[in-house]
Design a protein around this ligand. Structure first.
Ligand code: SF4
Length: 232
């Protein structure tokens, strides 16, 4: 968090001491620290909300809580200019399709924060006919913020946790920055909405099940089986 001034002490390398009187003007640091320091203080969230949690997200950006203190106030209306997707609200089967498509369109490095019980696991609608049980079934989530809805303070805490996560990434450790110098990453297959949602990653299992030699029952047989199951 900053008040607009650069605090060079955040950047100081712990093993290379700089005299106290010079610390406000000189920092000896690593390229990774500088890179992460800049990124973690200018995370631009994607501008969209799904349900009641979105109202709390909007409050977080307004003057009382003021996301601008974190360099995050620039909510982008285009995924191509966004670093962070805040999934704030109930993810219905209909909405998960555009969410995955928007995620694919965000440039790397990109992060996802699941805000609230619904986005994290389905919340009060878990197992509902039209709701998915957590956005992490489809896209990778970096930070989960619990609550129904989480307060703006809770969202800020989650955003600070994300900043800490970014600060731990290192350009010298390839696994921690998979986007760096390795070309575009694979897209997440966009789910297909039919009578129910279908995740293309499960296509092989579905194909195998479909190939199993099960004779299609007649309507009378299916009804008889249903009655049998209900009376059991
Ligand atoms: S977690 Fe609660 S407040 Fe947030 S979208 Fe779901 S029902 Fe609404």
């Amino acid at each position: 968090m900053s008040n607009g001034e650069i605090n060079l002490r955040d950047l100081q390398h712990p093993d290379i001491p700089v005299p106290e009187e010079m610390q406000s003007n000189i920092a000896v640091t690593s390229l990774s620290s500088l890179y992460n320091w800049a990124r973690s203080r200018s995370i631009w969230p994607l501008l969209f909300g799904l349900a009641c949690c979105a109202i709390e997200m909007i409050a977080t950006a307004a003057s009382r809580f003021d996301l601008a203190r974190f360099g995050m106030e620039v909510m982008r209306a285009s995924p191509r200019q966004a670093d962070l997707m805040i999934v704030s609200g109930t993810v219905t089967k209909k909405m998960v399709v555009p969410i995955v498509r928007l995620y694919n369109q965000m440039p790397e490095p990109k992060y996802v924060l699941a805000m609230g019980a619904c986005a994290s696991g389905g919340g009060p609608f878990k197992e509902g006919y039209n709701v998915v049980s957590g956005i992490d079934k489809y896209i990778p989530v970096d930070v989960y913020v619990p609550g129904c809805p989480p307060t703006p303070q809770a969202l800020l805490y989650g955003l600070i946790a994300l900043q800490k996560k970014i600060e731990k990434q290192s350009l010298g450790v390839g696994a921690s920055v998979p986007w760096y110098g390795s070309g575009p990453s694979e897209e997440v297959p966009v789910p297909i909405l039919g009578p129910d949602i279908i995740d293309p990653r499960h296509a092989e299992v579905l194909r195998k099940e479909a190939k199993k030699n099960r004779p299609t029952p007649t309507v009378a047989e299916a009804l008889a089986e249903l009655t049998k199951a209900e009376s059991a």
